[in-house]
Design a protein around this ligand. Structure first.
Ligand code: SAJ
Length: 426
């Protein structure tokens, strides 16, 4: 089939490239001219392992091209952002705009697939929009006869840094507006997915996606709460978690400076927005994870106060290990707050950034490399578990004062809790 992928971001572009690699002719659509031009040159505007070579190859072979406007196709994949507003209400306007752009070129036999994380009911909203804009087409679920088109929801569930691998290997839930729609969508995904494609209805698939990320958020919140309790008790949370996880049915996740990224900190709110009274746990988990950022700052403050002459290195700005994605990053927030407070005493080490983000301008904080930090700074605050940090041998950090929010250096000599001011911060 000819395929049109609407939205060429972190999900849409890798998806478009993988579909093209399977031999389909793919038109990628984006609202940004720069993105369209970059891809048509065979280059990419985002960082993801191996994506550059893949895109270059499929563009050169004429299988992938980009455009500002949607064209006639057999399958339409929508992968646009679904942000939330300041009251945590989901905003599906980009999804509806994408559907609106697809409607005029639809023909009998076509299939529309939504991949964007969306509140329950969004796929039906697309269906209703198409029915309204194209009264000449029989749409699924609204007519007794065999429909002309298929509409399905198929959430992505790939992990940044492993997107190309997970796009093909992960199982997929494929929710049709009707069972026939699910079968049509599965036939399409089978072209490039090696994992199982499991049919369901659209609303269940929408909820499944939200539940996956809410599950992770709640479990990280448990770990983060434990870390705050352990600080209060003067315990090493990593030691406690390591021991507890030896139980055959316990698997506690890792505490950190908070939860970042564009999914886990966002998607739980979509469930809360649909059922505000019924979601105390999910809402509390969000609060615990956001609160962990402030706990981290307070604990760093206490440590810095206890070492008034120490030069401070913040290790990492990314929202998680080994990626160059700094959006919605708790590490970045903590580091920027410390930079504002302590100015020139603060240095930032981020091997994945070519320059410091704007909010560091004028603070006096400097970007330095890891070697400089190990030579010049007495106080190290580990904010991201990048492998390059993890691999620093004990000999190079044994004499440092360390606040390791990620637990990457279990062999670090334990600080004297009272003397370092750690207990004060809890
Ligand atoms: N984090 C912790 N402790 C942990 C695990 C993660 O603090 O034990 C933090 C990370 O440091 C990061 C945040 O959570 O700040 C999120 O990182 P992540 O690796 O858990 O997830 P994402 O946001 O990169 O990708 C998630 C994945 N969802 C699940 O694992 C359930 C991915 O499969 C989804 O496709 C993606 O969200 C998405 O697009 O929804």
């Amino acid at each position: 089939p000819n395929v049109c992928v609407v939205g060429l971001g972190y999900i849409g572009l890798p998806t478009a490239a993988i579909i093209a690699r399977s031999g389909c002719k793919v038109l990628g659509v984006d609202v940004t001219q720069h993105v369209v031009d970059t891809i048509n040159r065979g280059e990419i505007h985002i960082e993801e392992v191996d994506l550059d070579g893949l895109v270059r190859g499929v563009v050169q072979r004429g299988l992938l091209s980009a455009s500002l406007s949607v064209g006639a196709s057999d399958v339409f994949v929508i992968a646009v952002p679904t942000p939330f507003d300041k009251d945590h209400q989901p905003d599906i306007s980009y999804v509806l705009a994408a559907a609106r752009s697809v409607a005029p070129v639809l023909k009998a036999g076509d299939c529309i697939i939504l991949e964007s994380t969306s509140p329950v009911g969004t796929t039906e909203a697309i269906r209703d929009l198409i029915a309204q804009m194209r009264p000449d087409l029989k749409v699924p679920g609204l007519c007794a006869q065999t429909p002309d088109i298929s509409i399905a929801y198929c959430p992505e569930r790939v992990l940044p840094g492993r997107i190309l691998h997970e796009l093909t290997e992960n199982d997929r839930s494929i929710g049709g507006i009707t069972p026939r729609c699910a079968r049509k969508a599965i036939a399409f995904y089978k072209l490039f997915v090696r994992g199982q494609c499991i049919p369901t209805d659209a609303r269940s698939a929408e909820m499944t996606k939200l539940v996956e990320n809410a599950y992770r958020d709640v479990n990280i919140a448990f770990a983060n709460e434990l870390s705050i309790v352990a600080d209060k008790m003067g315990l090493d949370v990593w030691e406690v978690i390591k021991l507890a996880n030896r139980h055959p049915r316990v698997n506690i996740l890792s505490p950190g400076p908070g939860v970042g990224g564009h999914c886990i900190a966002v998607d739980p709110w979509f469930i809360v927005a649909s059922a505000p009274q019924e979601t105390p746990l999910i809402r509390t988990a969000r609060g615990v994870n956001d609160g962990k950022i402030h706990h981290t700052i307070a604990k760093a403050d206490a440590l810095i106060a206890a070492h008034p002459a120490a030069r401070i290195a913040c290790l990492g700005l990314a929202f998680k290990a080994n990626i160059d994605d700094f959006r919605e990053s708790p590490a970045r927030l903590v580091a920027a707050t410390l930079a504002r407070k302590y100015g020139e005493r603060v240095s930032i080490v981020e091997p994945y950034a070519s320059q410091l983000p704007r909010e560091f301008e004028g603070t006096g904080a400097q970007a330095i490399d890891l070697d400089e930090a190990l030579e010049e700074c007495e106080l190290l605050i580990v904010l991201v578990d990048h492998d390059v940090f993890r691999h620093v041998p004990l000999a190079e950090r044994a004499t440092k004062v360390v606040y390791d929010t990620r637990g990457i250096w279990p062999d670090q000599p334990k600080p004297d809790v009272e003397a370092e001011g750690l207990r004060l911060a809890s």
